[in-house]
Design a protein around this ligand. Structure first.
Ligand SMILES: [Fe+2]
Length: 162
């Protein structure tokens, strides 16, 4: 079984020397691990979530280079192909690779959340972004109401931001 540590390493090397980006991914990965385990995800789904969290923003640099913007839709467009190459190189199964790429390709899209892995990836990214963006309490309340579903995610959101 491929360890998520190797994909984190790939992510860090790919993003170097942008330490801020690396730290963002590490934080999202940490929350995703915590949420998945707290919600008792089956082993395969937990690993899918961990891989997706490690690589979720991998398309940002390509998006900035190609479109001059790191906006969600651009990185969703660029991320999956870069992630696929990394996952395949590390020997991740085609099935898991496909799902991880799908999650990376939609992690800024909140209308088609089709599984716990997707839900928890989005919650983990919000737990980090709300802090990094210095979000207001009102924003946090809206995100809680409209996006958060898991008990563990809500517990963390309440404890950290409300
Ligand atoms: Fe992110």
């Amino acid at each position: 079984m491929v360890s998520s540590a190797l994909l984190l390493q790939d992510m860090a090397v790919y993003n170097a020397p942008d330490v801020r980006r690396v730290n963002h991914a590490l934080k999202v990965y940490g929350f995703a691990c915590m949420l998945g385990k707290s919600e008792n995800l089956p082993e395969k789904e937990q690993l899918t979530l961990e891989f997706a969290a490690a690589l979720h923003d991998i398309g940002i640099h390509a998006a900035e280079q190609k479109y001059g913007s790191s906006a969600g839709p651009y990185q969703e467009k660029e991320g999956p192909a870069i992630a696929r190459e990394m996952l395949e190189k590390r020997g991740v199964s085609p099935e898991m690779t496909a799902r991880v790429c799908q999650l990376i390709g939609r992690h800024h899209t909140y209308t088609n959340i089709d599984g716990q892995d997707c839900q928890l990836l989005i919650e983990a990214d919000f737990l980090v972004n709300l802090d990094e963006d210095g979000a207001s309490k009102e924003t946090v309340q809206n995100v809680r109401k409209n996006i958060f579903r898991s008990t563990s995610g809500k517990t963390l959101l309440d404890a950290l931001f409300l």
